[in-house]
Design a protein around this ligand. Structure first.
Ligand SMILES: *Cc1c(COP(=O)(O)O)cnc(C)c1O
Length: 417
């Protein structure tokens, strides 16, 4: 297990210090301690030559010289708040050298897949995967000509076979732990398997559930890390955003050319908000995870709960081995299966007083939902069975309330009789 904050970055500073001291020059914001919000769609060029150079660089016809300051052009390509955020978020992800921000997690995933897949290519992806990602693959990428090959979370052999048996695998996309069962996929093993294929497919990890604090895919060999910043990174359930991070700037250069075309950059106000949340990501995640661990252990003993799905409570030795190798902690997501099925699950949701019945996750407030009828309602019966999404399953995103109040709320909602 690694401690991201214990390791100095390239600057010689530890991550929390590096994040708070890089990427922003108060002199460029009339001396304000916090960056201004630059709500401008276009930027005035200092000279026609500077405009010409900026366009050559933006279109990829030239590369910037080290230390070269490049004129801003137009806010669909770039703007100061995105630049500041992209600089400051890098130290949060061990192994990253660069970042790009997007106007949703889905647009980060879409840009990444479209940058590296073309019709005829194969995409190997772990299931269950986020519903929007599944829909993007099945309703858009497959009709467009990409062959999508799902492999079950946690079954390394299935992934190896998919890489062996399919031509032109361009991308392996892993989401771990899987939602809502928290089954883990071995990232290092997937990277080793991908390295055995020629040409080597890129390994992308949707790290929304445990990153950036508890799981570091780039250090395990992944090429690209993707986030729904809507969740833990922003943390207050008040904005939609996405991030892509990589060790190799060349990979993000390709994504950026597409982002320029698609118009999927995160807007200045959202960049400013997300920027202000970065220094507390680790504090929030650690507090929520400590709460979740205590609550999961106690709920596991409750008579009305058939099982609690939470990494710290894994019993399968293979899953425990993956958890030990790639996760610093179990995170703040857990699922409980109520013995009374759907009626018991709905009654539980109706009775909650502190936790709220809503989809999404990663906020400071505790959110609870019934995956089978909401987030996963598009699944077929076969997919429900394969993903372990049962009638009695309730997903809980634990927040930073006092854990004793949350536990009491869950216990009263479960009822006594
Ligand atoms: C929410 C989520 C997404 C999609 O992100 P948006 O910001 O809603 O577009 C993708 N992956 C995972 C794991 C998510 O939880």
């Amino acid at each position: 297990m690694t401690d991201a904050t214990s390791k100095p970055q390239d600057t010689g500073l530890h991550a929390p210090t590096d994040m708070l001291t890089r990427g922003f020059d108060p002199a460029l914001s009339v001396g304000s301690a916090r960056p201004a919000v630059f709500r401008s769609s276009t930027y005035v060029f200092p000279s026609p030559e500077a405009a010409e150079r900026a366009f050559d660089l933006s279109a990829g016809r030239a590369r910037p010289a080290p230390g070269e300051s490049v004129a801003l052009i137009y806010s669909r390509f770039n703007h100061p708040n995105a630049e500041i955020l992209e600089e400051q978020i890098v130290p949060l992800e061990p192994g990253a050298s660069c970042a790009l921000v997007f106007n949703s997690g889905m647009s980060a995933i879409m840009n990444a897949l479209l940058a590296f897949l073309k019709p005829g290519a194969t995409l190997v992806y772990s299931v269950p995967i986020y519903g929007g990602t599944q829909k993007l693959i099945q309703a858009f990428l497959e009709p467009w000509g990409v062959r999508g090959v799902p492999v079950h979370a946690g079954r390394g052999g299935e992934l190896d076979a998919a890489l062996r048996d399919n031509p032109q695998v361009g991308v392996v996309l892993i989401e771990t732990p899987a939602n809502p069962t928290l089954t883990m996929t071995d990232i290092a093993r997937a990277c080793r398997s991908a390295a055995g294929v020629s040409p080597r497919p890129l390994v992308m990890v949707d790290n929304t559930m445990l990153g950036p604090t508890f799981q570091h895919p780039l250090e395990l060999g992944a090429d690209l890390v993707l986030y729904s910043a809507t969740k833990y990174l922003s943390g207050f359930s008040d904005l939609i955003g996405g991030v892509a991070l990589a060790r190799d700037p060349e990979l993000l250069r390709k994504l950026k050319l597409l982002r320029n075309l698609f118009g999927t950059i995160l807007q200045p106000d959202e960049c400013w908000m997300l920027n202000s949340r970065l220094p507390t990501v680790e504090l929030r995640m650690r507090q929520a995870a400590a709460n979740a661990r205590r609550i999961a252990k106690r709920l596991a003993r409750h008579a009305k709960i058939a099982r609690v799905l939470y990494p710290a409570l894994f019993t399968d030795p293979a899953q425990i081995a993956i958890r030990e190798a790639q996760c610093e902690a179990s995170g703040a997501m857990l699922s409980i299966e109520l013995a009374g099925g759907k009626p018991a699950a709905f009654e539980f949701l109706r009775r909650l007083r502190i936790a709220r019945n809503a989809v999404s996750l990663g906020g400071v407030e505790t959110l609870v939902c019934h995956p089978k009828t909401t987030t996963h309602s598009g699944f077929s019966e076969k997919e429900f069975a394969a993903a372990g999404v049962t009638d009695g399953l309730v997903r809980i995103s634990i927040g930073v309330e006092d854990w004793r109040d949350l536990l009491a709320d869950f216990e009263q909602a479960l009822g006594s009789g």
